[in-house]
Design a protein. Structure first.
Length: 559
């Protein structure tokens, strides 16, 4: 079937201006079984307390635990994916790359399931013990059946199997060959019969088992998968989603930098699917691998989702990714763009992380959209560590107005060192996975809070975590600056959730105004003010006044 290609070029031609490093190209990242399988060095008998945290609006539980809910020492787990049963949301399953022994990078298809909405998890081991498996992707269909897409490699040939569970992820069948290749992703059309039900998968064309094709689908509930077909735009390191009318969207890194989004409006049809167009999304940056915080892994991948609410954003398409910035050289910012015309054209990129630094990593940016239209975003962030440190924490932000404004960033976890517990492979995987409901976000992620790599489930409740709900127009402001102390310049950042008159002033210790930085009416959002001052060294204060409220940064020292 013929297809039409429409290329929406960004404000600059990446191919002419930007020379992408090899680490941003698909042939520089693949899964290889280097080491032999090794069993757990302690026979799964040596344990420690599992990490669980229950706070106001944020619940976290370790997933890769034994039947006594204890952490298993000597193993590692990363790169998780989560599925939630739409017919029974209390049923969840998480899959991950399981390393039985940290002295070998041999990984398998680990999994655990929950029947109590993620409060407790039952880790049953691996789907195929002793078989090399990687890149897990999980999803449920509209009937409540779970599917687990898993990659294997044999003498450089990459293929995938899709395993199926009819009991919420406790027992899996023998799996079906699903063509495939390295860094695959999967999504399921959950509209139900007669038009829904298809299972879609794509992967990096360079590592395809059926080159030049790198896309397949199942139209019989995972009983078989069709032969491979090509996708225009050649996306890689990305995800997929299904829109309100069954339209299929694929987002991935593109050959010219930025993000490529591909659309098919007839992928649901039993006739072989065609592609409507692809567009290039300017994210002011590119996805890459081999980064400081995740040396042999990705910075993250491209996430795409659709607004399925009945609100004003219905049908909007959203893209989010952690990227190396073109404009300022920042090694990793979480960038967002949206389309209001079905993926044809895209908004200017927006930075979600509100830190003022250009030398910190906001990596593994992950997005999902709730049924009510709320957009959730999480990422790992090094802003709270010392300069040059890879120590990270989980951060969160959300939008209630179709991505126009975002809540102030909220730190959700303690700091941890992502370089701890490497299983003879210097990375924490390549991605996290998140699914949202009207009340919050279900997150599958990895961290080293146990001083080893483990997989965790978290539920994030926006209204309770102290994050400002932009939709209710609360008049709230926040203010901070970095660096402090400073000699030549610093950046003062503030966030407002309303439209109003903003007055930002620098005062001395006696309250006398020595400089006015902002005196203007501002819309809701986060703003960054670069302050270069020639006033004498000493201690000062930044005071922000808006709508009867006053915030101070505290003492700012000029050296």
């Amino acid at each position: 079937m013929a297809f039409c290609i429409i290329m929406m070029m960004p404000f600059l031609s990446f191919s002419q201006v930007i020379s992408l490093p090899d680490a941003a190209k698909p042939y520089m990242h693949n899964e290889v079984p280097d080491d032999p399988y090794l069993p757990n060095p302690y026979g799964n008998q040596k344990t420690s307390p599992a990490k669980t945290y229950r706070g106001t609006g944020f619940f976290t539980a370790q997933v890769n635990v034994n039947l006594n809910n204890e952490n298993i020492l000597g193993d590692a787990a990363n790169e998780p994916s989560i599925g939630i049963n739409p017919t029974n949301p209390n049923q969840m399953v998480i899959g991950w790359r399981q390393f039985d022994n940290v002295y070998s990078n041999f990984r398998q298809a680990g999994y655990a399931y929950s029947t109590d909405a993620g409060q407790t998890w039952i880790f049953m081991g691996t789907i195929e013990t002793g078989i090399f498996r990687s890149d897990p992707v999980l999803d449920f269909d509209s009937s409540g059946y779970a599917y687990y897409n898993s990659l294997t490699s044999n003498s450089g040939v990459y293929t995938c199997k899709v395993f199926k569970s009819e009991d919420g992820g406790a027992i899996w069948n023998a799996g079906v060959q699903a063509r495939g290749g390295d860094k695959q992703w999967m999504t399921i059309d959950r509209r139900g019969e007669p038009d829904g039900g298809n299972i879609y998968s794509f992967w990096t064309s360079y590592y395809s088992s059926c080159y030049p094709g790198f896309f397949t689908r199942s139209i019989d509930a995972g009983e078989s998968f069709e032969w491979c077909s090509e996708i225009p735009g050649n996306p890689y390191w990305g995800t997929m989603t299904v829109g309100n009318d069954g339209e299929l969207y694929i987002a991935g890194s593109g050959p010219n930098g930025g993000i490529v989004v591909v659309k098919s409006t007839n992928a649901w049809n039993t006739i072989f699917p065609g592609w409507d167009f692809y567009s290039e999304v300017d994210m002011d940056g590119y996805i890459t691998s081999q980064v400081y915080v995740n040396p042999v892994g990705l910075l993250g991948q491209a996430y795409i989702d659709v607004d399925r609410s009945n609100g004003p954003g219905r049908g909007n398409v959203y893209v989010l990714a952690s990227v190396v910035r073109f404009s300022n050289g920042d090694p990793a910012d979480v960038m967002f763009s949206k389309s209001t015309d079905g993926g044809l054209t895209w908004s200017s990129p927006v930075k979600i992380n509100d830190d003022p630094d250009t030398d910190r990593y906001q990596w593994f940016g992950t997005m999902s959209v709730a049924p009510n239209g709320r957009i959730d975003a999480v990422w790992l962030d090094t802003r709270d560590g010392l300069p040059g440190s890879q120590v990270s924490a989980l951060y969160y932000s959300y939008s209630m107005d179709q991505g126009e404004t975002w809540s102030p960033n909220e730190r959700l976890s303690d700091l941890f060192d992502p370089h701890v517990g490497w299983p003879q492979q210097n990375k924490m995987g390549d991605y996290f996975d998140m699914k949202s409901d009207d009340n919050g976000a279900h997150l599958a992620w990895a961290n080293t809070l146990n001083d080893e790599q483990d997989v965790y489930y978290s539920y994030i409740t926006p209204e309770i975590t102290g994050i400002r709900d932009i939709s209710n127009k609360q008049k709230e402001i926040s203010l901070y600056n970095f660096p402090n102390p400073f000699r030549d310049n610093t950046t003062i950042s503030y966030t407002i959730t309303f439209t109003g008159k903003i007055l930002m002033e620098i005062t001395d210790l006696y309250g006398k105004v020595v400089e006015t930085l902002v005196d203007d009416i501002k819309q809701p959002g986060t703003y960054h003010v670069a302050w270069t001052s020639d006033i004498p060294a000493g201690y000062y204060n930044c005071r922000l006044t808006a709508e009867g409220q006053t915030k101070h940064t505290g003492l700012i020292k000029i050296r």
